[in-house]
Design a protein around this ligand. Structure first.
Ligand SMILES: [Zn+2]
Length: 60
């Protein structure tokens, strides 16, 4: 999960964890610390900041 996030964050991109299709950037690269990705196939949006917050909350 962390390596998946890192790929999104660095802008390298990653396959959708659900269907395996490549994710596409939602807003281009205007703000580097706010890169959201969307799966064109199943429509899921991956907000990297939100995902990181969720992971931090789960960590002891
Ligand atoms: Zn998908």
């Amino acid at each position: 999960m962390i390596s998946f996030l890192k790929k999104l964050w660095t802008g390298a991109g990653a396959p959708c964890p659900v269907c395996g299709k490549p994710l596409t950037l939602l807003h281009g690269k205007a703000k580097k610390d706010d890169c959201d990705w969307q799966c064109a196939d199943c429509g899921l949006v991956y907000r990297t900041i939100h995902l990181m917050d969720e992971m931090n909350e789960k960590m002891p």
